[in-house]
Design a protein around this ligand. Structure first.
Ligand SMILES: NC(=O)c1ccc[n+]([C@@H]2O[C@H](COP(=O)([O-])OP(=O)(O)OC[C@H]3O[C@@H](n4cnc5c(N)ncnc54)[C@H](O)[C@@H]3O)[C@@H](O)[C@H]2O)c1
Length: 257
């Protein structure tokens, strides 16, 4: 019986490193520690300096610029990731909404802001899943990141709640579609973490404070805890799990008051 997470001899791609606080970075570190050959993407030239410096810290990791709204760039990143060893894991850790849509009343969301949030934060899982699954010839794992705001109202989360609800439904549909090929599709619903994206959410400080006060573990979670859960879900230890949203939130989601 093998109980250690061992991803040696496999390749993984992680989309969405911006800086050392990025959830994608914590996940990349854990997959690397488990022995996976890593390809890590960053969005654009503006983020390159930070991202390239970090990625260079992981032995043998490849850095690729990738805008998830450009299907050709997603395909090129996945192609690079599967060049040396079979791709078994893809992690989608990408989201965006315009700042004004995370500050005003939800009902004020305009069509452009709605479209942007849904395209980047929900739709983009599809090109990632298509490209990655095409390279997972011997099964694999696709993982995305969601938040409790998919289910419950968090003032300030606004249109991102809609995007995460869509994303969680995509996880179920993709799991059903890819299951017969041995490809599992799951999401981690992380508690609030202080990252670049989180800083754009107007109610973020309250979210963190209330989670720490009321969650069963009486604290906030860490990026490292999400990284560990991601390594588990990406590994053969989670071979029976698909279509699932795993809460890594110190238990907050089970509380009524
Ligand atoms: N921070 C939290 O509290 C929290 C909680 C639950 C879920 N999440 C989710 O975790 C994921 C990662 O976010 P994070 O908190 O690590 O913040 P982050 O800002 O570090 O990561 C978001 C990433 O998305 C990338 N991105 C945005 N638009 C893109 C595009 N068009 N193409 C490619 N990349 C693009 C950004 O460059 C950035 O690297 C997101 O899906 C977020 O919603 C975050």
């Amino acid at each position: 019986m093998a109980l250690a997470i061992d991803l040696s001899g496999t390749s993984a791609i992680v989309f969405g490193v911006a800086n050392h606080r990025s959830i994608a970075w914590a996940i990349a570190q854990h997959l690397h520690a488990a022995g996976a050959r890593l390809t890590i993407t960053y969005q654009n030239e503006r983020l390159a300096k930070n991202a390239l410096g970090l990625i260079a810290e992981l032995d043998g990791a490849r850095a690729v610029e990738c805008d998830v709204l450009d299907t050709a760039s997603v395909e090129a990143a996945v192609e690079a990731a599967s060049a040396d060893a079979p791709l078994t894991s893809a992690v989608h850790s990408v989201a965006f909404a315009n700042r004004e849509d995370l500050e005003a009343d939800f009902s004020a969301t305009g069509i452009e802001g709605f479209r942007t949030a849904l395209e980047v934060s929900a739709y983009s899982l599809l090109p990632v899943a298509r490209a990655a699954s095409a390279k997972m010839t011997n099964g694999g794992s696709i993982l995305t990141l969601t938040f409790h705001g998919a289910d419950k109202v968090y003032p300030g989360y606004n249109v991102m709640g809609v995007a995460k609800a869509a994303l969680e439904n995509e996880v179920k549909q993709l799991a059903a579609e890819y299951g017969r090929r041995g490809i599992r599709v799951n999401a981690i619903s992380a508690g609030p973490l202080n990252t670049l994206s989180a800083r754009g959410i107007s109610g973020f400080a309250d979210m963190q404070r209330i989670h720490a006060e009321r969650s069963p573990l009486r604290r906030n979670i860490t990026q490292d805890e999400v990284g560990a859960a991601a390594a588990f879900l990406s590994s053969p230890l989670a071979s029976g799990i698909t279509g699932h949203v795993l809460y890594v939130d110190a238990g907050y989601n089970v509380m009524g008051v």
